[in-house]
Design a binder for this molecule. Structure first.
Ligand code: DOR
Ligand code: ZN
Ligand code: ZN
Length: 430
């Protein structure tokens, strides 16, 4: 029997954006350490990204990842890669059990090729037939990468350069382009790591047109802004970058009114050595987020910036709905999985990189005081974290969500499709 008086019993967080680095970069993270971080953070299901080495770009690579994931403490979905050169592999990835697809519209860690608009159209058509969601790193970054290389070569470090070298217009353009292709094909899409106020407009416009589009933001874009660059140096480097305080304010507003659907972490561990660089551009992008997400967000709840109902919607319900896990996960109700985070809303802790379970022991939130911590985590009724301790024997308890995932094939939802269907039926009749 568990005494939960004075505690909150929440659905475990569902994080649709994590990088666990195995195979290929296990000095940064592996499935055991990454999923341990999830268990400690109150996250009971993760969707893991394909920019490993090799990337998850075909059925054989997906099967290798399923093998690596066998030591997971928490349940998981696996992303297949959708790139310029693997359109012929998409059906195979789906047959092998990919739960969603990731498309890098801009270059990032792992150097995966961004698909052209033509290849995106083809991929959207293939994937939309199966209803699986396509998550997009929606940013064309070639120009920015060139500019950063010039800055790095010149040894220039100024934070303002960082921001100015990454204007939000590249994200606005990419969100708009992805939404147009989704509207045309009926594909379901998800916009990863929304970092700027500017991106909210194409997202809202696409929703208003009836595109099946969702969006996430991550704690770093909510709790950090351009004034933190000087203090944090290369640790703060993340792709897309942390922007201005006015952007953070717009993102908070969007979380409250539903313009942004969910929170994810973009858990992106790198070693302290890889992060500690004198010139910011030489540091790898990103940092682990799984163990700090819930404490940071619960602190925001304690401060009245968000209600606890908002938090449950953003961390569990919305991702469960968008990725086909509803109603089995993402709520507490009869018939649902007992995927639970028991939270002590008054417990105070100080975030310390050294005590993270992730192998990437670096965080821009080092030293931050938080109020509200997950003290137990249960996955399908079994403790994977108990009293702030990992239950080591549960490595291997995690299961892929393929069996419970239900993604109905979307109906054609736009004029273009309707016209095409009509033309086809007329042709058939004639
Ligand atoms: O900061 C980031 N890190 N952004 C990405 O898009 C990739 C990620 C990683 O894999 O390190
Ligand atoms: Zn990304
Ligand atoms: Zn990412």
């Amino acid at each position: 029997r568990l005494d939960v008086s004075g505690k909150l019993v929440l659905p475990g967080a569902i994080d649709v954006h994590v990088h666990f680095r195995e195979p290929g970069y296990t000095h940064k993270e592996d499935w055991q350490t990454g999923s341990a971080a999830a268990a400690m953070g109150g996250t009971t299901t993760v969707f893991e990204m394909p920019n490993t080495n090799p990337p998850t770009r075909s059925a054989a690579e997906l099967r290798a990842k399923q093998e690596a994931a066998r030591k997971s403490h928490v349940d998981f979905g696996l992303y297949g890669l959708f790139a310029e050169d693997n359109l012929d592999e998409l059906e195979g990835l789906i047959a092998a059990g990919a739960n969603a697809f990731k498309c890098f519209m801009g270059n990032t860690f792992g150097n995966l090729p961004s698909p052209s608009t033509g290849a995106m159209l083809e991929g959207f058509e293939i994937i939309s037939r199966h209803g699986l969601r396509i998550s997009l790193h929606a940013e064309e970054a070639t120009i920015m990468a060139r500019r950063q290389e010039r800055l790095a070569a010149a040894g220039r470090n100024a934070p303002l350069d960082h921001l100015l070298s990454r204007p939000a217009i590249v994200a606005v353009e990419a969100v708009g382009r992805a939404a147009a292709l989704a509207e045309w094909t009926g594909a379901r899409i998800h916009i990863l790591h929304i970092s700027s106020a500017a991106e909210l407009r194409p997202l809202a416009e696409a929703k208003a047109r009836g595109v099946d589009i969702t969006g996430e933001t991550c704690p770093c874009y909510l709790f950090l802004n351009s004034t933190d660059y000087a203090r944090l140096g290369s640790v703060i480097r993340v792709n897309p970058p942390v922007r201005e305080a006015s952007d953070s304010a717009a993102l908070w507003h969007a979380l409250r009114n539903g313009a942004i659907d969910m929170i994810a972490t973009d858990h992106a561990p790198h070693t302290p050595e890889e992060k500690a660089q004198a010139v910011i551009w030489r540091a790898d992008c990103g940092f682990p987020g799984l163990e700090t997400q819930m404490p940071l967000m619960l602190t925001a709840v304690a401060e009245g910036r968000l209600t606890i109902e908002d938090y449950v919607r953003l961390s569990a319900e919305a991702p469960a709905c968008a990725f086909g896990l509803w109603p089995v996960k993402g709520r507490i109700a009869p018939g649902a999985h007992a995927d639970i985070a028991v939270v002590d809303p008054r417990r105070r802790e100080t975030i310390r990189a050294a005590s993270l379970h992730s192998r990437g022991k670096v965080t821009p939130f080092e030293g931050r005081e938080v109020t509200g911590v997950p003290i137990h985590t249960l996955v399908r009724g079994r403790f994977v974290q108990r009293d702030r301790r990992l239950v080591a024997e549960t490595a291997g308890w995690g299961r892929q969500v393929t069996e419970i995932q239900r993604m109905p094939t979307p109906a054609p939802r736009n004029e273009a499709l309707a016209i095409r269907a009509l033309t086809a039926s007329l042709r058939g009749a004639a």
